[in-house]
Design a protein. Structure first.
Length: 223
């Protein structure tokens, strides 16, 4: 991960895991030992581009900076937001002549946090229909695709449905392995794994979901 993006990510997590921006800055610089100059240069570049702001002794993530961060990690937008209780369901049926556009739509759905429920049916708990509509209009594929909100998608509890569709047990098993075999030298790998998380609302997560614990562990500076 580039130094500038890592700094934006560190400031996004600053209050939750590092206490303040100084802790997050030390963590970012320490994540790849020997690259302190890269991060100091990245800090100056981010200040010039107004992606971060410096007020007295504090560094702050600006709206411009957070939007840049969300370009790479769009699901972070929903990390702290309460679920509104609605599912977004997308269904499509493309002719074989439009295979390229179908594949493009699938990739975009994955980026927005959708998971495949059935062959041509995808679901997400996030309020992203407006973003999807823009893509459908831009690519001229609204005739092949429909999207709607639903209070319930199947006859089982929502958290059980989420666990099945996103395979949360498998993800949590990987987190459990990290905690059990934690290696300080692999913190960068762990961060990459953590950022692949579906970032589902906490209402849909298992009680023992370990993302936060792993992130706290990975955010510790080495002794």
């Amino acid at each position: 991960m580039r130094s500038s993006m890592l700094l934006l990510l560190a400031l996004e997590f600053a209050e939750d895991f590092f206490g303040n921006y100084r802790g997050s800055l030390r963590w970012a610089m320490n994540l790849h030992s020997g690259r302190e100059r890269n991060y100091r240069y990245a800090k100056e570049v981010l200040l010039k581009k107004e992606r971060i702001d410096q007020e007295k002794n504090n560094l702050l993530l600006t709206d411009v900076g957070r939007n840049k961060l969300l370009e790479q990690f769009p699901l972070l937008e929903w990390r702290k937001k309460k679920w509104d209780g609605f599912w977004r369901v997308v269904m499509y049926d493309f002719p074989e002549t439009e295979k390229g556009k179908r594949d493009s739509l699938r990739n975009f759905l994955k980026k927005l946090g959708f998971a495949q429920w059935q062959i041509s049916v995808w679901v997400s708990p996030h309020p992203v229909i407006d973003k999807l509509d823009k893509l459908l209009i831009k690519q001229g594929i609204r005739d092949y695709c429909s999207a709607h909100k639903s209070k319930r998608v199947v006859g089982i509890p929502d958290n059980e449905f989420a666990q099945k569709i996103w395979r949360l047990d498998e993800i949590n098993t990987e987190y459990r392995k990290i905690m059990k075999n934690y290696d300080e030298k692999r913190r960068s790998e762990y961060l990459d794994e953590l950022m692949k998380d579906p970032f589902l609302p906490k209402e849909l997560l298992p009680d023992d979901y370990l993302w936060t614990k792993v992130m706290k562990k990975a955010s510790e500076l080495p002794t």
